[in-house]
Write a new protein. Structure first.
Length: 400
């Protein structure tokens, strides 16, 4: 069984042409939601003879899935991908995909509609090869990964569920069973407003935030040099990426707010991280009696860390399949970003075509060769997990 390259590429072209930009904090509507892409996928699932389902994670933004029923005596495997993309500001022709020089370009090409196209090809290969697996295969499309992960959180609570999952984020065909978590928090300073002609009559919250930023400035270096270390993820990270404060230039600001990003390791405790923020700011408050500073009680964003054992059956199956398909041992590594994987409630590994560096760029693309390879690795992993290894082994598709 081998993928049909023309069909694989055409699938991706069709998916890119359907805008599914995440609306983030704006009202969802055509082009800025996932609904149209979800409806397209449901039609594709039905055309492939799959049992289908949908459930709205939030109004007008449904998760969708198709199930290829197995014989009932093997593990179920979910092939999952998010339906949303980031925006396209400054990206001319983002939804006009081009196929040239062995690449497919366009918004979502590698993040992560390329994986969706591969999943569809896997189902076709199984069908055309007359293979009925012992276990079910579920192809799932999830909403809102690029924002607060409404889709995967909802699927984790309500299903469908599986024994194993693969998330086709762009890893360059590296096998990624772990990634750091992400904790976003608001830190706010409170001051006292006054007319700017008499700044001494107020308390400037923006200036006090400057003291907070200076006090936290060495935290990232501290984590890298002396913080806990994970064998694949390395060390944690800290950065301040959003700042807001004041209203008009003629008024002393009585508030200022930053949003800090903390990438934490598997095993690190979120409450301990929040406690560390508060302890550091208490030190500063002792030095600046007028300082009023607080850390938000609830995270602005919380993406759990992923930590699947490297010797799990899923990782081993992906390693075997990658070696069969590419002729080289599959590299096991940490994924750099956060994903839907930890929310689903069963062991998931990140593996997909494309380079993460291309995601969110204004020249997004995926290599066709990697899509061919990924399709075969997904297929061989399903066979391996179902005890059918070696019976349908493909010819290797090495890198050029």
């Amino acid at each position: 069984m081998m993928p049909n390259t023309e069909r694989l590429v055409q699938s991706l072209v069709e998916l890119i042409r359907i805008p599914s930009v995440n609306p983030f904090n704006t009202p969802a509507g055509p082009g800025q939601r996932e609904q149209e892409l979800a409806e397209h996928l449901l039609a594709r699932f039905e055309g492939l003879g799959l049992e289908t389902g949908r459930r709205e994670g939030t109004a007008g933004r449904p998760n969708v899935w198709g199930r290829l029923k197995g014989r009932g005596d093997g593990p179920s495997v979910m092939l999952a991908a998010h339906l949303d993309t980031v925006g396209t500001e400054g990206y001319a022709g983002a939804f006009e995909p081009q196929v040239r020089d062995g690449r497919v370009t366009g918004r979502g090409a590698c993040d992560m509609k390329g994986a969706l196209a591969c999943y569809l090809e896997v189902i076709r290969m199984l069908s055309e090869g007359g293979v009925r697996l012992p276990g079910d295969v579920i192809v799932a499309g999830l909403v809102d990964e690029e924002h607060v992960q409404i889709g995967s959180l909802d699927m984790g609570r309500h299903g469908p569920h599986a024994d194993y999952g693969i998330i086709g984020e762009p890893t360059g065909l590296r096998i990624c069973p772990v990634h750091k978590g992400q904790l976003g928090v608001f830190i706010r300073t409170r001051g006292r407003g006054a007319h700017s002609s008499g700044p001494e009559n107020g308390v400037n919250a923006v200036e006090h935030m400057g003291a907070v930023l200076q006090h936290l400035a060495g935290l990232n270096a501290e984590l890298r040099e002396r913080g806990p270390r994970h064998p694949l993820c390395g060390t944690g990270r800290f950065s301040v990426n959003v700042i807001r404060g004041g209203t008009v230039v003629s008024s002393i600001p009585d508030w200022c707010e930053i949003e800090a990003d903390r990438r934490f390791l598997p095993g690190e405790d979120v409450q301990a991280i929040l406690g560390d923020y508060r302890a550091r700011l208490a030190e500063l408050s002792a030095q600046l009696p007028d300082l009023r500073v607080e850390v938000s009680a609830e995270p602005s964003l919380l993406v759990p860390a992923l930590d699947v054992p490297v010797d799990s059956p899923l990782v081993r199956a992906l390693q075997t399949a990658t070696a069969q398909v590419t002729g080289a041992a599959g590299e096991v590594a940490a994924f750099a970003g956060g994903t839907d994987a930890p929310n689903l409630g069963f062991p998931c590994v990140i593996f997909g075509p494309g380079a993460l560096e291309q995601a969110h760029s204004s020249d997004e693309f995926v290599e066709v060769r990697q899509m061919e390879q990924a399709s075969l690795v997904y297929l061989q992993t399903l066979l391996e997990l179902n005890g059918l290894q070696g019976r349908h082994a493909p010819e290797p598709v090495p890198d050029d």
